[in-house]
Design a protein around this ligand. Structure first.
Ligand code: IMP
Ligand code: MG
Length: 180
């Protein structure tokens, strides 16, 4: 059976994703035209989105990555955020753009925003490919959103379930029987 057989519904097709990233890239290009932002990708979920997004942004920029762990193998956030790999470069005085795959409870991004703010950047904005506002418990919102989605567990285009499906080229809802 193909991994595609585990998908109940496609939420964003390859074409949808490409078109939306082009729009986000145009907005970021305009908003940062006189700046040199640093894109900070939150691995691993951001890896495809980050690669496509920075190529859609016609700005001078640098990139950095953090690895954080907020989920175990399940689908419910534990609430605790652990930094597995920190920033490689100083962000003091920089215009930071945090790149996330999905904003769900908001635990991860509210923690990261506080963590980076303490390093005194010039500004911090958040770009997330997906936003699941129904599940928010932390006080954090994204500045740029790819797609607002309903409360369902999704995989693909970087997002995993138990480390799988990251290579699916579109975003789909996982069949509940796969994780129950
Ligand atoms: P938050 O801290 O609850 O906002 O969760 C953020 C992290 O949880 C994301 O970076 C994802 O790794 C993971 N996550 C949340 N919802 C989903 C989902 O529907 N599919 C896959 N991963 C998810
Ligand atoms: Mg994950």
């Amino acid at each position: 059976m193909s991994m595609r057989d585990d998908i109940a519904k496609v939420l964003a097709s390859e074409d949808d994703i490409r078109a939306r990233i082009k729009e986000l890239g145009a907005r970021i290009t305009e908003d940062y035209k006189d700046k040199e932002p640093v894109f900070v990708g939150v691995l691993k979920g951001c890896f495809l989105f980050m690669a496509d997004l920075v190529r859609a942004c016609d700005v001078r920029c640098t990139v950095d990555f953090m690895v954080v762990s907020s989920y175990g193998a399940g689908t419910i956030s534990s609430g605790a955020v652990e930094i597995v790999k920190d920033l490689s470069h100083d962000i003091a005085g920089r215009d930071v753009i945090i790149v996330e795959d999905i904003l769900d409870s908001g635990n991860t991004l509210s923690y990261l925003k506080r963590y980076m703010n303490a390093r005194e950047p010039a500004s911090i904005r958040i770009v997330t490919l997906l936003d699941k506002p129904d599940r928010r418990t932390a006080d954090v919102e994204a500045d740029y959103i790819g797609f607002t989605i309903p409360d369902a567990f999704v995989v693909g285009y970087g997002l995993d379930y138990d480390q799988r499906y990251r290579n699916l080229p579109y975003i789909g809802v996982l069949k509940p029987e796969v994780y129950s």
